[in-house]
Design a protein around this ligand. Structure first.
Ligand code: KG4
Ligand code: ZN
Length: 383
């Protein structure tokens, strides 16, 4: 297969990314500028601020990606960019810049679905390790701040197809981590800090009921034969259950005390967060994480069995979670199902995954017209 050096650009949420990847299998550079510091005071991503930060970062980030890769613009074969899903204003920054680059350099432009990017992050790293053997069908859990989606992924020649077999009906799993962290004055994003604090608490101390979904989803995409069962998630209930626990156990004064003490530290580190948490809060975050992991693992493995898949991918920001990885590793092995995760830097948003997902499209000459636009709710079906 011919080689291609693809410059990927990602700006769908709060990370500005640019990367150069060779033929979907070798990362030459991967630059990520995180906006965490900008959004931290608000406990979540503020879309307008995200767009402005992307505008500020996009040029230096792309230039650094090329410099790190030792490539000039002339030595790039195509420009790939995230078209959606994501924040419309944020997407437009990357997309406009990618269009301008492609137009002025007379290079092909490739539009990539962000979720497809997360799936290809796994394939990229496996190829980079020399593993070219992935058995199909693959079930991919894409679990992040904006998504909790299950896709059946198939490769036919150079083209990929994706069938959605489950999604969250309300909050995404990462969103639940972020909201619980905000409620408990643990900063933003919530996932990494809850992940680390959880090892200091007792995960069995509070029993959260597993999410129940009672009604069929009328908006669910239909499978071709219309017979496939759905494996949907729901995480707004557990977030409310944590709030109720906080109220019932009068944790508000402890939360305020923590907020004040952390506000007095310029850049709080993990030890500062740990010292600011009393045992009851540590037990609460550990129990919350346990409930999230139990549900994500159980539903995904149920779907894997029902769809009779050969391989499991777990990807997206929440895939960085230590307890989630360990549980998937143990329970997938019990089912005899190989499971693959991206490394932690490629689990969260990055542009290497966008450049990797673009390679099959480059082979198929599936290029975007100059008038294509951002799609905040872009569905993932076919590559
Ligand atoms: O994939 P990503 O970078 O952006 C989206 O596409 O949303 O995912 C970010 C999400 C945030 O909600 C963050 O709290 C969560 O991933 N996250 C984690 C961990 N690291 C990041 N959640 C649980 N455990 C982690 N270690
Ligand atoms: Zn993402």
């Amino acid at each position: 297969m011919p080689d291609a050096y693809i410059l990927g650009i990602e700006s769908s949420c709060d990370e500005t990314g640019a990367a150069v990847v060779r033929s979907g299998e070798q990362i030459l550079s991967n630059v990520v500028f995180s906006q965490i510091a900008t959004h931290l005071p608000y406990g979540g991503v503020v879309p307008e601020l995200a767009s402005r930060e992307h505008l500020r970062a996009i040029v230096p980030v792309v230039r650094k990606a090329l410099a790190d890769a030792g490539r000039t613009y002339a030595l790039v074969d195509a420009i790939a960019v995230t078209q959606g899903p994501g924040l419309a204003g944020a997407l437009l920054v990357g997309l406009s810049y990618a269009k301008a680059l492609a137009f002025s350099l007379e290079k092909p432009l490739i539009a990539v679905n962000h979720l497809e990017g997360h799936i290809h992050a796994v394939l990229l790293e496996e190829r980079q390790k020399g593993n070219r053997q992935v058995d199909f069908p693959v079930l991919a859990l894409v679990v992040s701040g904006g998504h909790t989606h299950l896709y059946l992924a198939e490769q036919k020649g150079d083209s990929w197809s994706y069938e959605n077999v489950g999604h969250t009906r309300d909050d995404a799993a990462g969103e639940a981590f972020d909201k619980v962290a905000k409620l408990l004055a643990l900063g933003y994003p919530g996932g990494p800090i809850i992940d680390r604090l959880s090892t200091h608490g007792n995960p069995a101390s509070i029993k959260f009921a597993s999410p129940q979904i009672k009604h069929p989803d009328r908006k669910a995409p239909r499978s071709p034969a219309n017979t496939r069962p759905r494996f949907d998630f729901s995480y707004s209930g557990i977030k409310t259950a944590v709030l109720r626990y906080v109220e019932a156990h009068h944790l508000a004064p402890a939360i305020e005390k923590r907020r004040t003490s952390l506000a007095g530290i310029a850049k709080p580190r993990f030890d500062d967060y740990l010292a600011a948490c009393e045992p009851e809060t540590l037990d609460l975050v550990a129990s919350f994480q346990r409930a999230m992991v139990d549900d994500l693992v159980a539903k995904t493995l149920e779907a894997a069995q029902a769809c009779d898949v050969a391989t499991l991918f777990v990807t997206g920001g929440v895939a960085a979670n230590n307890e989630l990885r360990q549980r998937f590793e143990i329970e997938s092995a019990q089912q005899g199902l190989p499971v693959f995760f991206p490394s932690r830097p490629l689990s969260t948003d990055n542009a290497a995954m966008i450049a990797a997902a673009a390679y099959p499209k480059w082979l198929a000459k599936d290029f975007a017209a100059m008038d294509f636009s951002a799609e905040a709710s872009l569905p993932l079906r076919h590559a």
